[in-house]
Design a protein around this ligand. Structure first.
Ligand code: PRP
Length: 223
């Protein structure tokens, strides 16, 4: 399967936290398919009538499917998108999935200044973002790439600190960690393959406008 088929629009959705809210938002705008649910184990779900294909991928891989054109568009957090370094268009800030990236350390043995952590080990799912941040502070670090439960790093002595996302702050609190440096904010973004944007402009533009309208309506309802 490729998205070369001009009749179809292929949408990459991430498994995990953003899946439900992304699928709901698209459904409200009229872009959905039977079996598109968190429970389904299907990886490709097609709505033949509307000529929409959904591909369900691991979160970190969504930008890859979109950059290579295996998907025309995708929904992904700005944190994962930035880390991927993939060359895609960002069409819309969807506003949900709000979190921020930060550096945290063990509360019990917190050092005086940020630069006191230079040349120590930092555990992270975001080594590129972390390196850019520490470089901007003139700090050389040793990066340890983890794929989840990053907070374990300092607890078990794997690293002195972590660079990770914080949403509610509960994970930090429950693991006696403290944020000592803010890095960046992140929300979910609608991204698009550069070639698809030109070749399927009308459909992609329509979808973007439809989503904008749903988001605006949701904002109105909040007031
Ligand atoms: C993310 C992140 C933190 C947690 C932050 O992990 O890595 O562990 O959420 O959320 P909080 O501030 O609301 O506690 P996720 O649940 O995505 O799982 P992971 O540990 O497998 O990355």
């Amino acid at each position: 399967m490729t998205s070369d088929n001009m009749d179809y629009i292929t949408i990459a959705l991430p498994k995990g936290k953003l899946f439900g809210i992304s699928a709901d938002l698209l459904a409200k705008a009229g872009y959905t398919a039977q079996d598109l649910s968190e429970k389904s184990r299907k990886l490709v779900i097609t709505n033949e009538e509307k000529k929409i294909r959904f591909i369900i991928s691991k979160t970190a891989d969504v930008p890859t499917y979109v950059e290579y054109g295996a998907a025309d568009i995708g929904i992904i957090g700005k944190d994962v998108l930035t880390e991927s370094g993939m060359d895609v268009y960002e069409l819309l800030d969807l506003g949900f999935g709000r979190c921020h990236l930060m550096m945290a350390v063990n509360k019990a043995c917190k050092r005086e200044k940020l630069t006191d952590y230079a040349h120590t080990r930092v555990a992270t799912k975001f080594p590129h973002i972390a390196e850019k941040f520490f470089n901007s502070k003139g700090m050389q670090m040793e990066y340890i790439k983890l794929n989840g439960s990053i907070e374990l790093g300092p607890i078990v002595g794997l690293s002195e600190s972590i660079v990770d996302i914080v949403e509610t702050g509960t994970t930090l609190k429950e693991n006696n960690l403290e944020e000592i440096a803010y890095i960046m904010d992140a929300t979910a973004r609608l991204i698009c393959n550069r070639v698809s944007f030109k070749l399927k402009f009308d459909r992609i533009n329509q979808l973007t406008e439809d989503l904008k309208q749903i988001l605006a309506m949701a904002e109105e309802e909040k007031k």
